[in-house]
Design a protein around this ligand. Sequence first.
Ligand code: COA
Length: 166
Amino acid sequence: MNTPYFDNVLTSKPEVPAPGFALVAAAELGAVKGIIDVTVDDELATIDTVAVHPDYQHQGLGRALLTEARARVSALGVPTLDAWTRDDPATLSWYRAMGFTESQHYLHVYANYYADVSEPDRAISERRVGLRPMTAFLHASLENEQPMREQFARVHVCRRFAMDVL
Ligand SMILES: CC(C)(COP(=O)(O)OP(=O)(O)OC[C@H]1O[C@@H](n2cnc3c(N)ncnc32)[C@H](O)[C@@H]1OP(=O)(O)O)[C@@H](O)C(=O)NCCC(=O)NCCS
C-alpha cells in the first residue's frame, strides 16, 4: 500500500491492547477494505495505523473509520486523539480535511551506504571494530533540516496531528 511508512513492514498484525481497539471495514465476502488501529494510554488515544486499500480510497471509508474511532474514544472519556505521520502530501491533505491540527515536528533521517557510501560515517562518529555500518535510522530536530538534507539523501519531516474528541 502507498503508505509513507513503507519501510516499516511487519510479518503479522500487532495486537492492540484494551482499551485500545482495531476496526476493520470488510467487503461482503470478507476482503479487508480498510483498517484503523487506536491505542489508548491514559488521557491520550493515538491512531497507530489507518489505511484504506488503494482500490477503495476516496470513497469515504477512511472518514467512516475515523468517525467510528472518534466516537469510541469519546465514549472512553479520553479527550485527545492524535496521529504521527510523515510528509506524504495526500496523507497530510486527508488529516487536515478530517479536522486534525498539526503540531510538533522533528526529522526522520536515513543514512544509507547505497545512497552514498559516506552517509553512515556521517551519521556515526565512531565505528565498532569489526563492524561496518550500512544503514542507520536517526531522529533530529527540525531546526537542523537544512544541514541534514545537505548530508543525507532521505530526510522526512515527521509531525503530530491531534484533535479534541470530547
Ligand atoms: C489516508 C487514507 C486512510 C484516507 O482514506 P480514504 O478512504 O481514501 O479517505 P476518504 O475517502 O474517507 O476521504 C475523506 C475526505 O478526505 C479528503 N481527502 C482524502 N484523500 C485526500 C487526498 N489524497 N488529497 C486531498 N484530500 C483528501 C477529502 O476531503 C475527502 O473527501 P471527499 O470524499 O469529498 O473527496 C488513505 O488514502 C490511505 O490508506 N492512504 C495510504 C495509507 C496512509 O497514508 N495512512 C496514513 C499513514 S500515517
